[in-house]
Design a protein around this ligand. Structure first.
Ligand SMILES: Cc1cc2nc3c(=O)[nH]c(=O)nc-3n(C[C@H](O)[C@H](O)[C@H](O)COP(=O)(O)OP(=O)(O)OC[C@H]3O[C@@H](n4cnc5c(N)ncnc54)[C@H](O)[C@@H]3O)c2cc1C
Length: 440
């Protein structure tokens, strides 16, 4: 029987993989093919992808280049009769896949795509701009999520592989190895640990960055090493599942926002923000990227990101707000830095979250609400455990001053604040008023 190509994309797993299961059900040997065609993938994501592919229990055929051309080559080389894949919902990918499907079908190839990466596909639910009604609608059609599929017993068909050279040439990723186990096994291990040991405290612990209280599954989910559907069902019988499932739905909400707003990554949803008076300042952007702003919670977050490829959600909100409000830097500059440095960099989640932070998104926090980095630090990291971990220069500062070390009177090898909080806040509010007046 002629083989079928299983085109892996954001579904680097064998369990609950509808495209793979369909290929196996057809009785055909399977060519597991990954095509690296994303010139814009961030450095941290490439690191993850390298290990995820390597750790999959399948001899994945890897190739680089234009997806359609590679598929046509592999069809020729293997005599494959079909190409099956799970759908993704990013605008570039939709355009690519539509063209691939049509061209292959016209050539008599059995080209099929499946729902494999989401709970509910964006085209199967009405468009929502606000999360809460969206989530209610998801719960109303929960049965449409369906049951996860078992790992099928496939017969693999070999083909020539290319080295994708995804690892960095300059070594900056050493610490990543202590924090992450990319791949399907790593995803399931972490999911089991989270659900059985941590999830019951998720609701109360998820805002405290010094403790291991969240799932840390975001990169595993982005690369599809575990399906959202599987995770949804795995969590369901256990205490604490509701707030966790709600976050999985936030992920879906971002996906549907991107689906309906293809320019989400670059253009504000609220048009009035097109003329926002940002003040581009390389020195400020640099200080933020390097974790040298003089605000301990901001610097701890930015250093956590650089060292581990991940940052706690509460701190993502604080550093994001600080960049766009206190420093008046364009939100797309923050989005780009996250894109390159996060192991979980995700077009939909990153763009939707940055728009939310900047106040220009669909369901955004109002622009005039400016996070106070000192109070946020005192509230969510009262003894400065998180700060001390990532900003060792402040290890011996008393708790009382840990979030405002400039008041401690100590001689520290740590920068003075790049802006005064009150002045920064005032400048942000004035910029917002100016934008509103321009529109009036
Ligand atoms: C400025 C900013 C940028 C962000 N960029 C990304 C990104 O590129 N990729 C990404 O996956 N998440 C992003 N997030 C959302 C969120 O911070 C991460 O998903 C979360 O911190 C990942 O940690 P976790 O897996 O432990 O999350 P958990 O709290 O365990 O949540 C479980 C899963 O739900 C999803 N999720 C959680 N919070 C959100 C949220 N606010 N929006 C959408 N989905 C969510 C994630 O898939 C996550 O893995 C961003 C948030 C902010 C404020």
């Amino acid at each position: 029987m002629k083989p079928i190509i299983w085109w892996l994309r954001q579904d680097l797993r064998l369990a609950d993989n509808p495209a793979l299961s369909a290929a196996v059900d057809a009785g055909a040997p399977v060519v597991p093919l990954y095509i690296y065609d994303d010139a814009h993938m961030g450095a941290a994501s490439k690191w993850w992808l390298h290990h995820s592919l390597k750790n999959l229990d399948v001899p994945v055929v890897t190739r680089a280049g234009d997806a359609l051309e590679v598929l046509q080559d592999v069809i020729k080389e293997t005599g494959a009769a079909g190409v099956y894949w799970n759908r993704v919902y990013e605008p570039g990918a939709i355009a690519r896949d539509t063209n691939v499907k049509k061209t292959l079908k016209d050539a008599g190839i059995d080209a099929q795509s499946f729902k494999g990466n989401v709970l509910i596909e964006p085209m199967d639910i009405k468009q929502y701009k606000v999360f809460t009604p969206y989530y209610k609608a998801v719960l109303n059609i929960e049965s449409a999520i369906g049951a996860p599929l078992k790992t099928p017993k496939a017969t693999w068909h070999k083909a020539k592989s290319e080295d994708l050279s995804l690892l960095p040439t300059i070594k900056w990723d050493t610490a990543f190895y202590d924090h992450w186990t990319p791949g399907e096994h790593g995803a399931h291990e972490r999911a089991q640990y989270f659900i059985h040991d941590l999830m019951r405290h998720y609701k109360t612990g998820r805002d405290v960055p010094s403790i291991d209280a969240t799932s840390r599954l975001s990169a595993h989910l982005h690369f599809g090493e575990i399906s959202t559907r599987n995770l949804w069902h795995m969590a369901a019988p256990h205490t604490g599942h509701e707030p966790f499932q709600r976050e999985l739905a936030w992920r879906e909400f971002s996906i549907q926002l991107l689906f309906h707003n293809p320019k989400l990554a670059t253009i504000p949803i609220q048009e009035k923000f097109n003329d926002f008076p940002w003040v581009k300042d390389k020195k400020h952007l640099d200080a933020w990227q390097r974790g040298m702003t003089g605000f301990p919670i901001v610097d701890a977050g930015m250093r956590q990101l650089w060292q581990t490829g991940w940052m706690h959600n509460r701190v993502r909100m604080i550093v994001g707000s600080f960049l766009v409000k206190h420093l008046l830097q364009p939100w797309v500059d923050g989005e780009k830095w996250f894109w390159d440095t996060l192991v979980d960099a995700d077009l939909a989640n990153n763009a939707a979250s940055w728009q939310w932070i900047a106040g220009c998104g669909a369901d955004a926090a109002p622009y005039f609400r400016v996070f106070n980095p000192i109070l946020q630090g005192e509230k969510f990291d009262p003894q400065g455990k998180y700060v001390r971990q990532f900003v060792p220069e402040l290890a011996h500062v008393p708790d009382k001053y840990i979030h405002k070390p400039w008041e401690s009177g100590l001689k520290l090898n740590y920068p003075a604040p790049v802006v005064d909080h009150a002045a920064g806040r005032q400048r942000a509010l004035e910029a917002f008023a100016k934008m509103k007046n321009n529109k009036a």
